[in-house]
Design a protein around this ligand. Sequence first.
Ligand SMILES: [Zn+2]
Length: 213
Amino acid sequence: MDTTAIQRALVALGYSLAVDDVMGPKTRAALQTFQRGSGLAADGVVGPLTISALDAALARKSAPASAIFTLPRTKRRIDEIIIHCTATPEGRGVSVETIRGWHKAQGWKDIGYHWVVLLDGTVKPGRPEAEIGSHVAGHNTGTLGVVYVGGVAADGKTAKDTRTPAQRAALLSHVKALIARYPTIKRVTGHNQYANKACPSFDVRKDELGHLI
Ligand SMILES: [Zn+2]
């Protein structure tokens, strides 16, 4: 893969950089973020592991976003989407199964969220939409919970909006698709609007997500 091909791949994955065939600081920083999000050493060097991770991410990206909506649409009334973060350190990959394990350990029947946005922008189903979630005390009925992996700085405690470019794009397009799927949705909010918590580590009201309806 030459530098131009790598830059094109990073742009296609949502990173903002110029395709100029020069491995400058912006390209290297994007590559390192991608490597970190893929669980690789963030050395900014394009080795075979990084190339296969880029190929795999591009293949997933080209799969139709609507594929996830082959899952059944629920008949329960949905009037709100609530955004969360996993409160895990920046760059650490967390799977749906891991989150499910945390929530089951708390005695819940399943993962509390309906959708999970991974570091590379892949959107995975969590609890079926037909089931009332377990993500905001007092606001689970009539809502869907969408979580992105991250939300805490590398120190493991400081709240930080750690969304990768791919996560930002995926979160936005997924929420738009959910709004289209459930026309009864009236608002998109963040967990921190209902609880004294940092989650999702940004103010949805000041984000594009809060202005889609
Ligand atoms: Zn939350």
